[in-house]
Design a protein around this ligand. Structure first.
Ligand code: FUL
Length: 472
């Protein structure tokens, strides 16, 4: 009898495991999923340009130009953490070639400068500050180098690969992202380098397999195609990257912003933008720091469109983030908390057109666990769900989250509320969802709301729904 019971139990468990929604198309790796969950990171442009006022250094600057009077990476990390960011990416080598760490591969580094008598190491200071603040750290190491005499010759590729290895070998901890910039110009010899991308990728991944590699075309994540921090209204995390390369060979701006619905690779978008007009700090731009309203539009247009936001806040010549920028970031955080602090859909009852089984009910969308989701029945690609809130609520943003380990599926949906006659009236329309979609809708007071998926590549799988009110 006991044996029969055990066999029955095993059969039931096996059935439950098999009877789960199947993935659709490419899916993220574990590292890509963790990366996407970071949502918003701090970008830090810092180096000789901070002192010269240039955007692209020439590579001929004296090392002594770099001399921050009161470098404070803990301040950067503290500000990033309080703003709600999860990581920091620092330009440890921009196009001028100057290295913010004593790179063994270069003679144009902090070691050759008078800053801290040549004993300083910004990368080390930042890695310690990130550990203390509980943040992840990533690096921007420009392949284009206007200082290195080898640039433009085949041996430069080897040298650059060694540079990558010397940063990713663990001495600065585990780095979550490697930023490969697309800009590629002439070096001191007047020649342009032909990059060996497979070598560069191998060099990082062999030592740091969890690193997400950024470039115009991934492979870990892709540039969003503009420097305004905005993804397409439609934004697929899949891309047809074959035949394309970073830089001049990149796909058109529109593909980068929107992805490709049937792209073969999972390469989600990263939206980079500066809080100031330039990437580097400049005294003359202290009055041009983006407003909270502008930052909010950027947030909705990036995080709210299935992209990761990489917001650049460049330190000044002291080596600290300027008070104007830090105050703006804190005000931005306050606004985010005010808008998203309370999910007005909480406590709602959820009715769905179908569900894949008892483990995949609509109510799962309202708990905070990412891995508990509503899955519609296998053929229900035009599924709907309806929320009945505990009372009337005023809201102006709808949030939807797809459970992306099963792929990105939804192509389009409509949002409806009942009118006075009990008929459903369309309030807004949306296209893709992805990891997180924030759709601004006309402010409305209602107790009921319906989302109708119009088209989906496979039955929808949603792990989150939210309603929020934003004063505008
Ligand atoms: C660009 C660079 O040329 C800019 O200087 C900046 O670093 C930006 C983030 O990427 O390609």
């Amino acid at each position: 009898m006991k044996r029969i019971l055990i066999i029955l139990l095993a059969a039931l468990t096996a059935f439950a495991c098999v009877h789960a929604p199947a993935p659709c198309g490419p899916v993220p790796t574990g590292a890509q999923l963790e990366w996407q969950k970071m949502e918003m990171n701090l970008f830090v442009h810092f180096g000789p340009n901070t002192f010269s006022g240039r955007e692209w250094g020439l590579g001929t600057e004296a090392e002594d130009l770099f001399n921050p009077s009161a470098l404070d990476c803990r301040q950067w990390a503290d500000i990033a953490r309080r703003a709600g960011m999860k990581g920091i990416i620092l330009t440890v080598k921009h196009h001028d070639g100057f290295c913010l760490w004593p790179s063994p591969e270069s003679s144009h580094t902090v070691r050759e400068s008078r800053w801290q008598n040549g004993n300083g190491d910004v990368l080390k200071e930042l890695s310690e500050a990130c550990v203390a603040a509980g943040l992840k750290m990533g690096v921007y190491i420009s392949p284009w180098d206007r200082n290195d005499p080898a640039y433009g010759a085949p041996e430069y590729n080897e040298k650059y690969a060694r540079t990558l290895r010397s940063v990713h070998d663990g001495r600065y901890g585990v780095l979550f992202e490697q930023w490969f910039d697309g800009a590629c110009g002439e070096g001191p010899s007047g020649r342009v380098q032909e990059y060996d991308w497979p070598l560069f990728h191998r060099s990082v991944l062999s030592l740091n397999p969890g690193a997400v590699l950024f470039s115009d075309v991934g492979p870990g994540c892709r540039w969003v195609g503009n420097e305004r921090g905005l993804a397409g209204e439609t934004n697929w995390s899949t891309l047809d990257a074959d035949g394309y390369a970073p830089g001049a060979g990149a796909p058109p701006e529109r593909s980068l912003g929107e992805g490709d619905e049937d792209g073969q690779y999972w390469i989600p978008a990263e939206a980079d933008v500066s809080i100031r007009p330039g990437w580097f700090w400049r005294e003359s731009e202290n009055g041009k720091v983006k407003s909270v309203d502008e930052l909010m539009d950027i947030y909705i247009g990036s995080v709210g469109r299935n992209a990761l936001l990489l917001l650049n806040v460049p330190p000044d010549t002291t080596g600290r983030i300027h008070p104007v920028d830090s105050a703006r970031l804190m005000a931005f955080r306050e606004r985010l908390d005010r808008v998203f602090g309370e999910n007005l859909a909480e406590g709602a009852s959820v009715r769905t057109s179908s569900s894949f089984g008892p483990r995949y009910r609509g109510g799962n969308m309202l708990d905070d666990r990412y891995d508990r989701f509503w899955a519609a029945a296998g053929r229900d690609t035009c599924a709907t769900f309806e929320l009945e809130l505990p009372g009337e609520r005023l809201f102006s943003i709808l949030e939807l989250k797809e459970y992306i380990p099963l792929g990105q599926r939804i192509r389009s949906f409509v949002v409806e509320i009942p009118d006075g006659d009990g008929e459903w009236r369309t309030l807004a329309e949306g296209t893709t969802v992805g990891y997180r979609r924030l759709l601004r809708i006309p402010p409305v007071r209602s107790q009921r709301l319906r989302v109708r998926i119009l088209s989906s590549k496979a039955s929808p799988v949603l792990c989150g729904v939210g309603l929020y009110f934003e004063e505008r």
